[in-house]
Design a protein around this ligand. Sequence first.
Ligand SMILES: [Zn+2]
Length: 348
Amino acid sequence: MPPPEYNVTGHDYAQRGHLKYQGPLIDIHAHVMLTRPGDPPSGPPLPKGTDSSLEQAEIMLDVAGEFGIEKIVSMCYPDDIPPLRERFGNRLDFNGYITKRKIDDPDDTAYQALDRYLELSVKIIKFWSAPRGQERGLYVDAPWRIECAKRARAAGVKIMMVHIADPDVWFRTVYTDSAKFGTKPEQYARFETMLNLFPDVKWIGAHMSGDPEHPDHLEALLERYPQLYIDTSATKWQVREVSARRDAIRALICKYPDRFLFGSDLVTHHGYVREHYVSRYWCQRTLWESEWKGPSPIADADYTPPEGGQPTPMLHGVGLPADVLGKVCYANARQLLEEGKHESQPKR
Ligand SMILES: [Zn+2]
């Protein structure tokens, strides 16, 4: 049997002596959802079902607690929020994703989703705008998204998250048809439109703002847009690309220690074993707080090993200084979420 994706190197995740950070953490980017036995093997779970279970959320939050994670901000279906809130209380906050399932869905479907999330007092709204969403018209600066951002801001939402780009390697493998998918720079032009339209919103660029391959580009964005924050989520991607240029990324985070936020991008899924969740938190913490070096324990389909080389990329920890870690792992997110509290009461 091939090794499981969460541990292809036979790694012992009980090895945690190198994890020196003692403070609490906030995971600003994850998908804690109810799950069902009939959920598709890849992709998000089904939106509804009588057999919905909190079991995976229980496992994930238990693992998170073991890694010091005090709070997780979850993206999930609106229907999942009440049962999750009832079970986990303040350990979860919520981020509502504003999307369309099909290109010809009327704009009202997005506005209705926004209303629903606002009723549920989400702290953040998310515009998932990866190039593969263009077929569904999921441009970050689509008119219906601009309208959603205006309405959300008027309702008191102060934080918006954007998934704007994917790994450079995908633009060489998945997105080769640039007539269909556009280019990576075009994605950022659209994002900058939103940053300019909404300077009083705190924006979170998910997954190292989509560009861990280019710390100089991230630096330019941080410089130009003081309201931009960057989360560290998408573990495989960050392990591969951050490790490969750890000195530059370290220097960047140390230059802007108030602008980075710890995140995992873990997703609950029916049938996952505990070690799946452990693998991501172990790698994320190892990457940022230690100088651990070794082959990444998690499978990475985007990595091309050299002939005869290891099947996974090197994980080489950045080893952020303690004061910076305190900000990235906790204080920055804490402050953002405090500021992001709605003044308005949830609508009935
Ligand atoms: Zn995500």
